[in-house]
Design a protein around this ligand. Structure first.
Ligand SMILES: NC(=O)c1ccc[n+]([C@@H]2O[C@H](COP(=O)([O-])OP(=O)(O)OC[C@H]3O[C@@H](n4cnc5c(N)ncnc54)[C@H](OP(=O)(O)O)[C@@H]3O)[C@@H](O)[C@H]2O)c1
Length: 326
């Protein structure tokens, strides 16, 4: 079968991506073999491509953490799904290939006829927003205001849709006028091109100086500091990513105390061993099936053209999800 594989360069500096034949994996007793219909790309795939050496990926490795496809074979102890079933799966790696084996617990059965491309666009991005946004104590409440940083990213669009579903008024930022237009079309109440406009001024004016109740922060760098500054009293900020690098400076303790702010950090991998992802993913898919959440697919590339897809994502050209189709 064909797979994308990342090899470290001989110099130890950088990597080479190859699209090549590898042996087809065989499921162990609690695993399933899935013929992949669509695989999504995430920022983590770009980062992991360059992360080798001690503590890094095994060499060579196949990226890809969310997929949808047809179960082709199951291990002898699997009863939950059977060959022919359509499933989505959240993987640790291996999704940018024609087939993958994974533990049955990482799969979610989907109704027959569910669009596999839509399904592949769901797990990582929607789960990453779902947990921090639906948190009992630190989530988003109906009627509150939310600021979604990097709103046109895969995570950002999922965050916008979940925030609207939860009844919030939504502000979102993006890096170009074209992306801002797309966000407006997606129902964002105020979309801001942060490269030309100070998002703090827009948010503070629109909230009569109060600020927002909630920020989904995936950019980091200097954006983090400004995100903290636009929080309203009692506001919550969840860090879910650092696309532009770690925050330039820690949040000001005086400001946190003055406004009773809460700053938290979320990492999706921590929800896998607890069973959180397996519990929540079917709820998200129900909302997708009802049309409440509508994954936005920016572009699909043939798996054989994965290198071009990586460039597209790394170049920040996407609005929503980029998919690889084997
Ligand atoms: N916590 C978790 O478990 C978890 C899970 C999944 C993803 N994440 C994180 O969530 C973020 C979004 O992921 P994604 O897959 O949705 O990303 P994506 O679709 O690739 O979008 C990332 C966007 O970030 C913006 N950005 C701002 N500064 C950037 C910079 N210096 N370099 C590159 N992009 C920059 C760009 O949008 P503009 O052009 O509009 O600026 C870019 O298109 C990432 O930080 C990722 O690591 C976290």
């Amino acid at each position: 079968m064909k797979a994308v594989r990342i090899y470290p360069d001989a110099s130890g500096d950088g990597t080479t991506m190859r699209y090549e034949d590898i042996p087809e994996p065989v499921p162990s007793p609690r695993q399933v073999l899935i013929r992949i219909a669509a695989a999504s790309m995430n920022r983590a795939d770009i980062l992991r491509r360059n992360f080798h050496g001690p503590g890094g990926e095994a060499d060579p490795f196949t990226p890809g953490t969310d997929i949808a496809g047809i179960v082709e074979a199951v291990g002898e102890a699997v009863t939950e799904v059977q060959p022919g079933d359509l499933v989505a799966a959240l993987l640790s790696s291996g999704g940018h290939a024609e087939k993958v084996v994974t533990h049955v617990a990482s799969t979610v059965p989907l109704p027959r006829g569910f669009d596999a491309s839509v399904a592949a666009a769901v797990p990582v991005t929607y789960l990453t927003c779902w947990f921090p946004m639906t948190s009992e104590s630190l989530g988003l409440k109906p009627g509150e205001t939310a600021l979604i940083q990097s709103g046109a990213s895969g995570v950002g669009i999922a965050g916008i849709q979940i925030a609207k579903h939860l009844g919030a008024r939504v502000f979102a930022t993006a890096g170009s006028d074209a992306k801002v237009e797309r966000l407006r079309a997606l129902g964002v109440d105020a979309a801001i091109n942060y490269t030309t406009t100070d998002f703090r001024a827009v948010v503070l004016e629109a909230t009569k100086g109060r600020g927002v109740d909630y920020v989904l922060e995936s950019v980091g760098g200097d954006v983090f500091t400004r995100s903290v500054e636009v929080l309203a009293p009692g506001g919550r900020l969840w860090i879910v990513g650092n696309s532009s690098g770690a925050p330039e400076e820690p949040a000001d303790p005086a400001l946190i105390a003055q406004k009773n702010l809460t700053i938290s950090r979320f990492a999706l991998p921590s929800e896998i061993p607890t069973g959180g992802t397996r519990r929540e993913l079917p709820r998200i898919f129900d909302l997708v099936a009802q049309g409440v959440l509508q994954p936005v697919i920016d572009r699909t590339f043939p798996l054989a053209e994965a290198a071009a897809a990586y460039e597209h994502l790394a170049g920040r050209h996407n609005v929503g999800k980029v998919l690889l189709i084997p």
